[in-house]
Design a protein. Sequence first.
Length: 310
Amino acid sequence: MSTADQPTITIAGATATGKSNLALNLAEHLGGEIINTDSMQFYRGMDIGTAKLPVSQRRRIAHHLIDILDVREEANVQTFQQQARDAIADIRARGKRPILVGGSGLYVRAATDQMEFPGTDPEVRARIESEVDADRWDRHRHLQEIDPAAAAKITPNDSRRIVRALEVIELTGRPFSAQLPDYQAIEPTLHLGLSVERAILHERIAARVELMWEQGWVEEVRSLLERGLAEGRTASRAIGYAQIQQYLAGDIDAAAAQEQTTIRTRQFARRQDTWFRRDPRIVWIDATTGDHEANTTLALDAITDTSTGS
């Protein structure tokens, strides 16, 4: 089977499960290039807090769709969809294997599945954002009334998705849940998922946040504030970046900022796992032990099984 006939690979899972390492290993084994599907790694300068691999650690493997936005810009899944599909086509045209990796579930599906995304209206978006900022619980209850299926998948704490759901409903007159069709890929795709026992994952997250703090995360945020971070609706609200901004403003102390970041990251990891578990196509690999070579072997076995049709 030629490279052009082999399925695109996606690597999904919660934060701190080892996705980046597996992607590098598979790229080396398969002659692949990596496409980023972590929406926070789009932002230039948001490096430490997003666990973005430094160029020196990318093993000379090409990475696409990293560092494509200024922190004042807003990530747009519709724009990303075209960029990702162009990258997949370009990688294939050069005889390489596209490997998508990241924990932003909607962006993964946007790249690989048959999905259409309604546009946006700045005035409508701004009005709904102000309403959600004022009382997100009330707006979530309203979403439950007009689109129960969407509300069931969006937590009251997820202000950004509440805003988007209400905006789409207002602009299209259709339920937001109707915008997420069944799982239908646009081309052959193998979906891999990494899972880690929850208690172990919580420990990893706490250790990662502590390490990021030691690596200079506070100074990174201080530098980004000089570049307009506070003006960015998406980047400024990223987990950890929002808490460090509170710390730098004197609203909370460093210990509280770090603890809140850890808690929010654990909550986010649960939401990621819930999102990906809904996809029946994902082949799950238990990455609890942290044995990267074993994970790579299991992933390659799954890829071989798919290629041979077994």
